[in-house]
Design a protein around this ligand. Structure first.
Ligand code: NAP
Length: 540
């Protein structure tokens, strides 16, 4: 532990000032009257949306649902400009919320939490930061996001490259000028497919290095008008209520139609309609069994492959872009704008690195088994050490000084994705084992923040000041998370949901796939039973 320069005592330390940290701070202050400090590594609020400023960065949740619902006036006064929210607009929204509720003064910016140790003698957390803070807190609450720890693969020669290189998740604030440059993008996940079309428009030449082709559905992004916003705002209560009790936190009208009971013509009509509408509705409002039944899924997967062949002019390029080694939706589904069309440009080239593996990065570009690709800029759109990576960057220790990293060495173990045995009074907003990344995040974040603050209030009323899940409750939850996941298609792909993108990471399905609505009902039952599964105690 580093030498202290700033010392204090608070009721709660919150880590991170994204959607989670901002709302948690508000609840702690306004509902519980607690003292709280938020530590944030960036120099402003925003979390994911502070760091991910790559060209084309936008959320795949519709804007009117990618926000808070806790304050009706806030919902009525904010106007989104488009169907999907762009990164600068989300950042502006979060800055607005922070200032509107006067939260900024309790946030320490440019400050990264380095360690948090639980002291069993006084049941308090000692939190340390890279700025020399040493804070004692009764509660430690993480709002560190699920996809925040960027991953650049260890390709030989990486440091020898003399050009510019960037990871999409820590993009320079002043932007990158691609004009006249030869650019290479490695990775074709959500970040890659959003940035590739925009970079292609600016760069002299763009080479995309693709490992796994993915399924994409068009976003059909557009600006929205007053009438659209008025309609949403008039129906906000109902929209949110539907989303809160839905499978994924969206207010879509789910059908119970099966792709397998429909005729081929009926399927084509439904898929064409979904394709025209765009976005996640393609999954929710066509045939829900495409995300649970492999045979149903095959019909949607083939439809998307037919669209790729239709859009991409060069048949060899189209062939390379066809996803075949995993079912649609088993990896995080992608929503695109002009992605496939981009391969019809003269200045864009696709390299299939499964057939032509990258040998090394040289001082002047990327060398594959088949030759050299000279580059001025390399963009790593290579993803994140998701769900656990950001926890492990901090030295978090619970009872008996056990490091969290050690407890989770074989995969994360939590109760409800909110708490973990041996780490009393530590709460994780959208932690592993909760719906989190399988949902529209703000819906899950609000539910967790409200669960935590209600629980702290209930503990206080009943005279308890220490909470920790009992080991059996945690074992049962972990088993349930695994059991539910085994029945899904998610386990059929090598994805970051399973940690498969990080060499050496245990292959464990980390989020909870039982659905937002059912999960909420379970949490409500647990709360109504006095926070069943937790051991609540009193320090003295
Ligand atoms: P990602 O989905 O993990 O994609 C990473 C890409 O890099 C994949 O194509 C991967 O190939 C490739 N890759 C990884 N290591 C590689 C290596 N050693 N050599 C070559 N290629 C390699 O990461 P992401 O695109 O940053 O997205 C992460 C998540 O963030 C998304 O799934 C989504 O949840 C969220 N996100 C959302 C939005 C949005 O809402 N629009 C935007 C950005 C991010 P493989 O597939 O073969 O592993």
């Amino acid at each position: 532990m580093t030498s202290p320069t700033r010392t204090s005592e608070v009721d709660a330390v919150v880590i991170g000032a994204g959607f989670s940290g901002i709302y948690m701070l508000k609840r702690l202050r306004d509902n519980l009257g607690m003292t709280a400090r938020v530590f944030e590594a960036g120099n402003d609020v925003g979390g994911t949306w502070y760091w991910n400023r790559y060209p084309g960065a936008r959320c795949d949740s519709e804007a009117y649902m990618y926000c808070f619902s806790f304050d009706k006036d806030l919902m009525q006064e904010w106007n989104w400009s488009g169907k999907y929210p762009e990164q600068p607009e989300i950042l502006k929204y979060l800055q607005h919320v922070t200032d509107r509720f006067d939260l900024r003064s309790q946030i320490e910016f440019n400050t990264r939490v380095t360690a948090a140790h639980f002291n069993e003698s006084n049941n308090r957390w000692l939190v340390e930061t890279d700025q020399g803070d040493r804070i004692s807190a009764q509660f430690l609450i993480t709002g560190i996001g699920c996809i925040s720890s960027g991953q650049i693969p260890d390709i030989p020669g990486r440091d020898s490259f003399v050009g510019e290189s960037y990871h999409t998740g820590s993009w320079p604030h002043e932007g990158v000028n691609f004009t006249g440059k030869r650019v290479g993008v490695i990775g074709t996940g959500s970040s890659g497919v959003q940035s590739i079309p925009v970079i292609a428009e600016q760069a002299k030449h763009l080479t995309v290095f693709q490992r796994t082709p993915q399924y994409m559905v068009p976003a059909r992004h557009h600006t929205v008008d007053r009438e659209y916003l008025d309609d949403v705002k008039a129906n906000y209560d109902e929209i949110w209520e539907t989303a809160r009790h839905s499978k994924s936190g969206f207010p879509y009208e789910m059908t119970d139609k099966s792709a397998l009971s429909a005729t081929a013509d009926e399927r084509t009509i439904a898929y064409e309609k979904g394709w025209e509408e765009g976005g996640f509705k393609f999954i929710a409002e066509t045939f829900p069994d495409i995300s649970v039944d492999l045979r149903a899924n095959a019909t949607a997967s083939e439809f998307i492959r037919s669209k790729i062949r239709e859009v991409v002019d060069n048949p060899d390029t189209a062939e390379k872009l066809l996803p075949r080694d995993h079912p649609f939706t088993s990896k995080r589904p992608l929503i695109d704008t002009n992605y496939y069309e981009t391969y019809n440009r003269d200045n864009v080239e696709l390299v299939d690195i499964r057939n032509e593996p990258i040998d090394k990065i040289t001082s002047t570009g990327i060398r594959t088994e088949d030759g050299d690709y000279p580059l001025d800029i390399i963009v790593f759109a290579t993803g994140f050490d998701a769900m656990t990576g950001s926890f492990f960057k901090m030295d978090i220790r619970g009872r008996n000084s056990l490091p969290l990293k050690e407890k989770w060495a074989a995969g994360p173990k939590t109760y409800l994705g909110l708490s973990t045995t041996g780490f009393p009074n530590m709460f994780m907003i959208t932690g592993p084992g909760s719906p989190s990344v399988l949902s529209n995040m703000p819906v899950s974040i609000e539910q967790h923040v409200e669960f935590i603050s209600d629980m702290l209030e209930s503990m206080r009323e009943r005279g308890f000041d220490v909470a920790e899940p009992n080991p059996q409750a945690e074992e049962d939850w972990v088993e349930h998370v695994n059991e539910v996941a085994e029945k899904t298609l998610y386990v059929l792909a090598d994805s970051w949901y399973l940690g498969a993108n990080i060499p050496g990471k245990p292959r464990v399905f980390m989020p909870y796939s039982g659905g937002v609505g059912d999960y909420r009902a379970k949490c409500e039952e647990i709360a109504a039973a006095g926070y069943e599964g937790y051991v609540l105690s009193t320090s003295t």
